[in-house]
Design a protein around this ligand. Structure first.
Ligand code: CA
Length: 235
């Protein structure tokens, strides 16, 4: 059905999966269920989804591995399910870009509430078309929304707050030209206090940091003379 958020549920215990599927579908989510990490990654490669719920203990790999693989191509929000109250799982999961975690046993209603809260949070700011990841296809850049960092080739970029917000809004709209005014509105609390030139100076600084991180070439951000800037995930 169009407009329903699509959730990938990766859980190998049928009883847990069934109660979660029932609770999510009752709340109008469309659920794709996988029993193993391998099946989950195959499903993710076939079609995009809006959210992933990953059990940490899976038969063929861990939920953390699944998250790491998903993060190579997608910014999809992730909620981890863990059987143990494992601090290590929690830390690892959040470092890998998971948005939250829940320890078993849990109530299905709690999961649905968390999914809704995370989706609201991740869709804040400029709205993305539903069902579209922050950027499609593999990119050398990826965003860790929990740590509010952007990684380039696996290493976090050392960006100022304005640089981070500018690069993020560009990454969220691949291929679309954003004007300096749009960028100012998004990255500055009080856009009246700064000028177009400020945007240009920050873009210049982001480019030089990307160049340093990539050891030379940087052509993610294209200048569209007289218009603004656009972002390409795979230049
Ligand atoms: Ca399990």
């Amino acid at each position: 059905m169009p407009g329903m958020a699509r959730v990938l549920l990766v859980e190998d215990e049928p009883a847990i999966a069934d109660t979660l599927i029932y609770a999510l579908e009752t709340e109008c989510f469309s659920v794709i269920h996988a029993l193993t990490g391998g099946d989950a990654l195959a499903a993710a490669a076939r079609e995009p989804f809006d959210f992933a719920i990953l059990d940490i203990g899976l038969p063929d790999m861990t939920g953390l591995d699944v998250c790491r693989r998903l993060r190579e191509t997608s910014q999809v929000p992730v909620l981890f399910l863990t059987a143990r109250d494992g601090e290590l799982d929690r830390i690892l999961g959040l470092e890998l870009g998971g948005d939250d975690y829940v320890t078993k046993p849990f109530s299905p209603r709690e999961i649905v509430a968390r999914v809704r809260a995370i989706l609201r949070r991740s869709q804040g700011g400029i709205a993305r078309p539903s069902g579209t990841p922050a950027h499609a296809g593999a990119s050398i850049l990826h965003h860790d929304p929990h740590a509010m960092r952007i990684h380039c080739a696996g290493a976090p970029l050392d960006l100022t707050a304005h640089e981070y917000k500018l690069l993020l809004v560009l990454m969220e709209h691949p291929g679309r030209v954003l004007t300096r005014d749009q960028l100012l509105d998004h990255a500055w609390q009080d856009p009246g206090a700064v000028t177009d030139r400020t945007v240009d100076a920050h873009i210049k600084s982001i480019r030089s940091k990307l160049r340093a991180a990539r050891g030379g070439a940087e052509n993610h951000i294209e200048t569209r003379r007289g218009l603004g800037y656009s972002f390409s995930p795979n230049p």
